[in-house]
Design a protein around this ligand. Structure first.
Ligand code: SF4
Length: 336
């Protein structure tokens, strides 16, 4: 068994991407919550631990980020520890990038590609701020972590309005030195047939893109292979067809200390609540969640039927193309 633990440092964010489903409550994690969390981990079986630093925007609570790293580092002597940060990049700078590199973080930056696509739906929170400047900050943050040698992925949201530029945006991100592109078809905007056909076409062309890229970067083949496997699993999970990591127990700690069985959003957080960190002695006391967040979303129709249908169709398309790319470049999938 392995443990996937995500910590939501704050629900707050300095951006207001129009497709975001995170509750933007101004709740911030406290030091005592992090100390309790670290204590609970010490009492829980020393299984390998993937510790994910999430928000809102976690870099807004940077002191707490550093604090949690220092609290959990001693556990490295008894368990394999992997640290992962998900950020919009605006709060990254060379100093923070050096900290992340020094602690071998994997960083995922939310960037949809080149300026035009990114700024279409990603806006700053403060009305007086400028989306273009925020894009510059995101790009500078991305470049800071890449230059510091941090293992970095891009979280690219693709929408019906930007899908025609998917390939172009992917090329842009590859030129920034990235290999792992996490492509997320937007949830909540209608995917009409024309947009789905365009997504299908762009994803097919991505296979050719990866073929050419691999010829020029043969030493990065293993990075690409792993990223494709991860994307196949993630697309299946989002379509309600499976778990991202079937061998892992997954817990999410909210900034107020609530424990969820999977990533919550405004609609699913109640159904995903398992307890509170002040009420348990160690994590193994928690019940397993019978269905993950996306399966619950489909089971209980947390979104209108047409939205759920689009989520299934777009993510199954993504899974099919990622699998086809894998087959073409690396042969049969490990489980086949
Ligand atoms: S940066 Fe992330 S958390 Fe912030 S508004 Fe955008 S999608 Fe939501």
């Amino acid at each position: 068994m392995r443990i996937q633990l995500s910590v939501i440092f704050t629900d707050a964010c300095n951006m207001r991407c129009s497709y975001c489903t995170t509750a933007k409550r101004p709740v911030w994690i406290q030091s005592k919550t992090l100390e309790k969390l670290s204590e609970l981990l010490r009492r829980t079986a020393p299984a390998p631990l993937d510790l994910n630093f999430h928000g809102g925007e976690p870099t807004l609570a940077w002191e707490r980020v550093e604090e949690l790293v220092h609290l959990v580092l001693p556990q490295q002597t008894e368990r394999r520890l992997s640290l992962n940060l998900c950020t919009n990049g605006t709060g990254l700078n060379p100093e923070r990038a050096a900290f992340l590199a020094g602690h071998k973080f994997n960083v995922r930056v939310s960037i949809d590609g080149a300026r035009e696509s990114h700024t279409r739906f990603r806006r700053p929170h403060a009305a007086e701020d400028n989306a273009q400047q925020y894009y510059d900050q995101t790009l500078a943050g991305l470049q800071a972590v890449v230059q510091a040698g941090v293992s970095t992925a891009a979280n690219m949201v693709v929408t019906p309005a930007t899908v025609e530029k998917l390939l172009e945006n992917a090329v842009f991100l590859l030129k920034q030195g990235l290999v792992h592109l996490v492509i997320s078809p937007v949830v909540g905007q209608p995917w009409e047939e024309a947009a789905l056909l365009s997504l299908d076409r762009q994803l097919r062309e991505m296979t050719l893109l990866w073929q050419h890229w691999l010829q020029r970067h043969p030493r990065k083949a293993e990075d690409l292979r792993r990223s494709l496997l991860s994307e196949i699993a993630r697309a299946r999970y989002c379509a309600g067809d499976g778990q991202v990591q079937p061998d892992a127990r997954f817990w999410v700690i909210g900034p107020d200390g609530r424990i969820f069985g999977d990533e919550p959003d405004i609609r699913t957080e109640k159904a995903l609540t398992l307890g509170h960190i002040d009420q348990i002695g160690d994590f193994s006391e928690l019940p397993a969640l019978p269905r993950n967040a996306f399966q619950l979303m489909f089971d209980r129709a947390f979104y209108p039927e047409h939205v759920l249908r689009d989520v299934r169709r777009t993510h199954r398309l993504l899974a099919r193309h990622s699998r086809a790319t894998y087959l073409q470049l690396f042969g049969p999938l490990p489980e086949e």
